[in-house]
Design a protein around this ligand. Sequence first.
Ligand code: HEM
Length: 422
Amino acid sequence: MHGTMSKAKDERLRAAREKAYSMPLADFHPGAPKLFADDTLWPYFERLRAEEPVHFCTTCPVGDYWSVTKYNDIMHVDTNPAIFSSDVKLGGISLRDVTDDYSWPSFIAMDEPKHGPQRKTVQPMFTPAPLDKMALLIRERSAEILDNLPRNETFNWVERVSVELTTQMLATLFDFPWEDRRKLTRWSDLATALPKSGIYESEEARLKELGECADYFIGLWNERVNSPPTGDLISMMAHSDATRHMTRDELLGNLILLIVGGNDTTRNSMTGSVLALNENPDQYDKLRANHTLVESMVPEVIRWQTPLAHMRRTALQDTELGGKTIKKGDRVVMWYVSGNRDSDVIEDADSFIIDRARPRTHMSFGFGIHRCVGMRLADLQLKIIWEEILKRFDNIEVVGEPKRVYSSFVKGYETLPVRINA
Ligand code: HEM
């Protein structure tokens, strides 16, 4: 990256560190989206891990919350669903409560016994046989996207590669009309956007667009429920006992879950990988010298990026954690982004190292009953895109600062300017 840019970044991080270390812990609000948009979150989490690993925030505009920042404490919360609920009616799975007019339930935001059967419906899509079939398509489509990239000019990697490829994969998973596939990207962006993100004009406009999304999918659903089963996700849900009788809201909730699950996260890992290699040129050199390192680089990128910075739970009873008493009804935020930097569990956790001994020791996919159902597909997409990139380009050069998403939930990028020299 250009020297002046990294200097500006160093200066920004230095100022953030000074601020984080001079502020009383009682004033900490580590979930402020601005920290994520500016990439200044790190010293806050570093201090919390060291000084108050289970911390209560009382200064957040959307309500008080606990932050859990150490790897093993996060694991405890994630693997005790009888104490820590994901239920949308209690607020759901992100720091900001789900409001009543946006209550589209999906199985990520359900507890047992409802969650399990719904999850099982889509799980077969992510097993070896369908994934092998999908790998062929992914490789073909990646090759085409990469072959059409401009040379010797600056372009936005997010738009030209990450969004395009993940959107194509989603269209494949849903067997969604190809020419309309960009609608999937738009709906995903809308589903997770915060009011200040600039992605939509008003809450009314957002709900109207999401209503169009529901109508579109209901059209596809009606076609498929009346036809013999095919292998796509909509058909699978339309023909499964656990999901066939879903209400319109439940259908919409589950579809949005699959769109968001498969879209933002993989997209941001693809962008993150280009950025991480540019910020760590010694690692890029290692990769150029040995392409088989893609295998261990992929989980390392997913750790380094942590595409979903947190998942939230609500306490169903009073409980102890890290010497603190969490009260029934309290919001509990598991900061995967911080657990992934916990040096008590991950050696040299702040460094990006593509040939780590145990690269899969990370929290980015969560743990327990909600552990990411699409993780194999995510790994596969990233592996293939990097194998194809290495066949073609010696260097993808980042030529400017990325613009980061204004959110402490989806941790990602709106733009990343790059250049490929012929
Ligand atoms: C790098 C990419 C990805 C990351 C980092 C990621 C991360 C996560 C996380 C953190 C959870 C919640 C775990 C918990 O609450 O404990 C989750 C659940 C889920 N993910 Fe992913 N995900 C990725 C890719 C995908 C893909 C490609 C799909 C599907 C197309 C997908 C679909 C889902 C679904 C359906 C759930 C809900 C599972 C449940 O509640 O049982 N994800 N993911």
